[in-house]
Write a protein that binds this ligand. Sequence first.
Ligand SMILES: [Zn+2]
Length: 304
Amino acid sequence: MIKRYSGQFAVGKISRFFSHAKYGKNKACKRCKSRVLHRLNDDRYECSKCQYRFSVKTNTYLKHSRLSLDVWYELLWWFVYGFTANKTAKEIQLSQKLVHRCFTIIRKALYDYEERNIKPAFGTVEIDETYVGPKFKNRRKKRREYYRRVDAVKRGRGAKTLLQPVFGFYQRNGTVYVEFVSDAEKKTLQDIIKGKIVLQSKIYTDTWKSYRGLNKKGYHHKTVDHGRQEYVKHTRGNKVHINGIEGFWGYLKEQLLKHHGVRRSNLIYYVKEQEFRFNNRHLSTDKMVNKIINILMNSTPPDV
Ligand SMILES: [Zn+2]
């Protein structure tokens, strides 16, 4: 591996970034509680008193990984800079499969983190839906023929679609939340709104019919009519528009294009990765790397 970003640190230092994220200042032997430990060459620690050995990776997202922490550290920089697994693999001379597997672990950790940290939205919230996934013309010929036969190629809201519908909102404090939905019908969307957005909030949407009736449900709902070229509406000092969430859709799609076709089962992780990036866009690269190290080391993961 070529150490482009991790080369500036001694291996012991990188290992400390990870163990500090996990234990803080409370690193001690699991068995005898002694704090006199020494680090072995493979990112494990050995208690100087009772010789018990333990790994900093236990109970973390890295628990199944045999890669050393300096490899993980290097990969994290490439990930945060937004490089694809293939590009990263080529640049630092690791196998594509390996880098891909690591990036998937990172994405799943970020997904869990985002899901765990949802706070009810309030204030002024812009709501919209979109579709993600490969374009019909880019699909394999056999699949295209199949889709035509079952009449599933119509696009657009309400129509059968091959693309994945995504619901999302942008709180005017600058955070977004997105989730995959089965359809863009009224019940589906309004159930999410009820569950995730505090009553009395100001809700701005376009004129899609699924958003009708939100005023009666306890929200202050205003719409902009894109069909009539209406993009910003000024009412009583409020700027009614959904430019925030639409801006996020643009950003999301641009990012997804980079990866040239993501497997359907993994698509949600790529989408939530972009939610995470967007919500943490104020962080510098090294702060973002640190934040992800904390996420990787600090939550008991479901089996990854
Ligand atoms: Zn011990």
